[in-house]
Ligand binder design. Structure first.
Ligand code: ZN
Length: 375
């Protein structure tokens, strides 16, 4: 099957040139769930672009009868971030002009939903699908106010325009997948939200991190938080419900790199997820659930180690190692201007855990990120 390809204007630059988004829509023969997948929101995190390209290649080989619902794919979803350079490095995590993280800018209906209890009471005896439609209608109505602001003479700062473009094509999705990597060098893992462990396993990764401690306004959070809030409100009023709405952030290896193994894991995971969710119905497709060896941890148990002194990192523990409290993590080669000899400072683990992320740059100013341990 061949996708519908839409080119969406994003921004006009001072030079008159324009930036665009390109959306690939694969539309199945039967209506069903909408899946939205984007990559490269953070400019250095490029591996997901290869995942999307390989998913497109794969979808081209199947018939529309093998797809129930729609799969929308947006590679290189943040041209400003992707194209940014500091010499040959790609920073790309922040909108420099507004000093904002590109993944902490999104519109979150939950923050505006001040009458959620009243809404829930009005829906208490409705069918789940009716509740979903009614709630989505309200979310869309509120979201439309963003466009009024954009189109006014005073308009909005670019991050608000940018978020509108991405959210306007993803807000009504059932399943949303945001493909990231470490900014540095990380393991391949998935961020998930509460009560979604079973589906998290479909991605066939070794590590799942529950986002129980929000950073705020990330793309996945802004999408799913209103639905989690509604589920919680129903629960408070005595009815247990769970929407078949899911948001995922996949972390695929290192920044500035197309790690082949990370890309392959991303493709395998997304394909298996789509098959398990019934979006792809392909005869003889070998789907898999790796139930026994996925390690689930909470984001609140992440410990980031920041450099206790300025210097050069040496003898650092390998990415993917497990450590025990008290074991050495790394040394800092530290210089001074106090007529003293250079020193080597040992830094030890404060807790047991898995080293899931390490800095690419082995020169650190005091207070810069060196590595992350999760337990
Ligand atoms: Zn990222």
């Amino acid at each position: 099957m061949f996708p519908v390809i839409e080119t969406i204007p994003l921004r006009q630059m001072a030079s008159g040139d324009r930036l665009f988004l390109q959306l690939y829509k694969f539309i199945g023969a039967q209506p069903g769930k909408k899946v939205y997948i984007q990559s490269n929101l953070h400019g250095a995190e490029i591996a997901g672009n290869a995942v999307i390209q390989q998913l497109i290649e794969f979808l081209l080989t199947i018939n529309d009868t093998h797809l129930t619902g729609e799969i929308w794919l947006v590679p290189v979803c943040n041209p400003m971030g992707t194209n940014e350079r500091a010499q040959h490095f790609s920073p790309g995590r922040y909108c420099v002009y507004e000093a904002k993280d590109w993944n902490r800018i999104f519109w979150d209906y939950e923050k505006e939903a001040d009458d959620l209890v009243a809404f829930t009471k009005s829906q208490l005896h409705n069918d789940l699908e009716v509740v979903r439609q009614n709630y989505l209608t309200i979310i869309k109505q509120q979201f439309a106010k963003n466009l009024e602001k954009i189109n006014s003479f005073s308009s909005v700062a670019y991050t608000e325009l940018f978020r509108y473009k991405l959210q306007s094509i993803s807000l009504d999705a059932d399943y949303l997948i945001d493909l990231h990597s470490s900014n540095n060098q990380g393991l391949d893992y998935i961020y998930y939200f509460r009560n979604r462990e079973e589906s998290a396993k479909y991605f066939l990764l070794d590590l799942g991190i529950l986002l129980d401690k929000y950073d705020g306004d990330a793309f996945d959070e802004a999408f799913i938080k209103p639905w989690l809030a509604l589920e919680a409100c129903f629960q408070d009023l005595g009815r247990e419900i769970k929407f078949d709405i899911e948001a995922w952030t996949l972390e695929l290896g290192a920044g500035m790199q197309m790690n082949l193994d990370s890309v392959a894991k991303g493709v395998r995971g997304v394909k298996n997820y789509l098959a398990q969710k019934g979006v792809l119905k392909i005869p003889n497709f070998s789907s898999d659930t790796k139930t026994q060896d996925m390690n689930f941890v909470s984001s609140g148990n992440r410990k980031k180690y920041y450099a206790i002194a300025g210097g050069m990192i040496q003898s650092r523990i390998q990415l993917g190692s497990t450590v025990k409290a008290g074991e050495k993590l790394y040394k800092i080669l530290s210089f001074n201007k106090e007529s003293q000899l250079p020193t080597l400072i040992d830094v030890c683990a404060e807790q047991d855990g898995l080293v899931y992320d390490v800095a690419t740059n082995q020169a650190v100013n005091q207070g810069e990120f060196v590595l992350g341990v999760i337990s």
